[in-house]
Design a protein around this ligand. Structure first.
Ligand SMILES: [Zn+2]
Length: 143
């Protein structure tokens, strides 16, 4: 299925230092500093490393944590889960199933319908906004 791990040297060039740290070293960006924690634009959030579509903007909600939070993932098997014991307690780490990039953590205190909170790092995501791809020549819509 996968073509193997991305070349780390290439990733160093492709990603910002923070993006590299978060996705390849399981880092965490500081709360309220990321690009998307307060973003309400419509679109699809892709993996910043391999561009797999991971989250739809209509599953994003304001968790108050300072990180972009979602209650559901796109598809069935795009976000992998691993047990993470690094913080001294048990957490569920979320990774991109396609490339293995660290995304964030999944907690069980989220809203309906899943009751889960995907607490993601902006640095792991790349938002493809709806109005960037759908370039409709409509002039009927007034502001
Ligand atoms: Zn990926």
């Amino acid at each position: 299925m996968t073509t193997g791990q991305p070349n780390r040297r290439e990733l160093r060039k492709q990603l910002s230092p923070l993006q590299y740290h978060v996705t390849q070293e399981a880092g965490t960006e500081r709360a309220f500093t990321g690009e998307y924690w307060d973003c309400k634009d419509d679109g699809v959030y892709h993996c910043v490393v391999c561009d797999t579509a991971l989250f739809a903007s209509d599953t994003k909600y304001d968790s108050g944590t300072g990180w972009p939070s979602f209650h559901s993932e796109m598809g069935d098997d795009r976000v992998g889960r691993r047990t993470d014991l690094s913080g001294g307690w048990v957490r569920t780490e979320a990774v991109c199933n396609e490339c293995g990039a660290h995304l964030g953590h999944i907690f069980d205190d989220g809203p309906a319908p899943t009751g889960e909170r995907y607490c993601m790092n902006s640095a792991s995501l790349n938002l493809h906004r709806d109005d960037e791809s759908a370039d409709s020549p409509s002039e009927a819509d007034a502001n």
